[in-house]
Write a protein that binds this ligand. Sequence first.
Ligand code: FNR
Length: 206
Amino acid sequence: MNENAGGSNGRIHVLGICGSLRAGSYNKGLLRAAQELARDHGIDIEIYERLRDIPPYDADQDTDDAMPEPVRHLKAAVSGAAGLVIATPEYNYSVPGVLKNAFDWASRPAKGSPLNRKPIAIMGASTGMSGTIRSQLALRQSLIFTDSFALLQPEVLIPRCADRFDANSNLVDESTRALVGKQMAAFAAWIRVVNEASDAAVGVQQ
Ligand code: FNR
């Protein structure tokens, strides 16, 4: 079993990544709300703060010797987490470049990537009408190649989000908070299912 999923203290350690670098990001606020609401479901979310430091993907630097320190840090953080929660805006109908870039680094090597078989919950808020539906689908498409275990339901798609947050970009809308809490409950169960299945598979191989 992944020692970060239901370890000795029974808590699940999860890494939260926001796809927006903006100080007043609604998606960062959404991730903070997830962090708060997940606690009751046994999940402790550590918010990743170094997305800005990750350089553009360069295969020449994607070697043991040349790998940039922020990339090593990212890969270790993903490896050490029982799951990921991604809160992302939609940029031009897709995933923001900074987030896609981080996933590109983390996706290598293809067999042995820290994203392989990693449970991932996805949520997103946008000021437009579509609520990040296209960026979430684009991210899910990338996760097919990495063989990551993206949670399917409930989806957290938040359109016209500005009114649901206060002046400090904290999520205050009760129905949205309830939905985020519901997704975190499902995610805790999903992580346990994935880990039990992995343990069973190891048992079969032994
Ligand atoms: C956007 N926005 C946007 N919204 C949307 O619903 N669909 C889209 O395709 C886009 N495209 C887009 C491109 C770029 C470059 C920017 C800067 C913005 C609007 C976006 O949803 C809004 O700015 C959110 O507030 C961004 O999220 P954060 O930074 O508040 O988390």
